[in-house]
Design a protein around this ligand. Sequence first.
Ligand code: NAD
Length: 335
Amino acid sequence: MAILQQLADSGGETLTFVNDAATGLRAIIAVHSTRRGPAFGGIRTLSYRSQNAAVEDALRLAQAMSYKAAVADLPAGGGKTVVLKHPEMRRAEAFRALGRAIQRMGGSYFTGLDVGTSREDLQEVASETKYAASTLDFGKATARGLMAAIRAGLKAATGSDELEGRRVAIQGLGAVGGELARLLHGKGAALVVADTNAQLGLQVAEETGAEVVSPSRVLATSCDVLSPCALGSVLTAHVAENLHCKVVAGSANNQLATPAAGEALRKAGIVYVPDYVANAGALIKGVTEHVKGREVGFEVVDRIYDTALLVLTRAARENRPPSQVADDVARERLR
Ligand code: NAD
């Protein structure tokens, strides 16, 4: 009963518990909404402190995927799988068992990558189900979408979406941030970059001429655009008040540590492109390929430009933080 109540409180539709004794697989598949189409969302593999924490995470992440799909106006809803990692789990076989469970859901849920799950894990899943985006380059699609979000942010902040000559600071140079640096360099932007892995900073600097700064300094860099592409909760109200940029647009999930941070950005005159608007590139490409039944080009994610401008324009008109407006747009479309 407690779990059913948690599901009801989240507004979700179904929770599927998967137990495969032979492989040690224990997983939870949360489907938040299929109102607009099948539920899309990747697989998070983590050792959770309790089963309850895993249920909560699955429900929260599935809801976030519904909002992300709705604000991007996709014919899709949101879902998420969490795999409860433990030492006895036989990894390859377990992910194949997960693939069979997803296949049994008959296409109401479609899966992909998330934190803690490797491309090899996803290949195992995809060997048992056709409902897995196993060939999608998530980092590339997300970085391309982020370019569109950055251009929209600049348009809203300065009246021009030109990237040439802009100074962009990137926190985190992994699959998304590294690709973003290369794309921005190709458009003539000047880069300031930081990663806790110093080697990545040096590599990107060599490829793009970027200035490398320490991870502790990157947020306070003077720049046109700050792009958090590492961790969530980087923007507290205090940090927001001390930024020296015109636009914040990054791929990290949950960049605002609190709603007050969104308000602080607005008061400081900084345009914030909501994280789940900016980082929807892989979802957009995955859903479009699923609907069309074939591979599509990366340009399909450029529609993030229009979505971001829609949200930013309404936020400016209503004098409210864009994060709140994005939630409203998503809720209106999910109704
Ligand atoms: P990744 O793990 O490949 O890269 C993250 C990078 O950030 C790593 O190189 C890491 O060393 C660095 N890092 C960690 N802490 C740091 C710090 N304090 N300062 C500077 N660098 C730091 O991850 P990714 O796939 O590039 O994703 C980046 C972010 O975007 C994540 O928060 C992820 O959840 C989010 N995201 C990714 C995608 C995708 O398609 N990959 C989609 C949506 C959202």
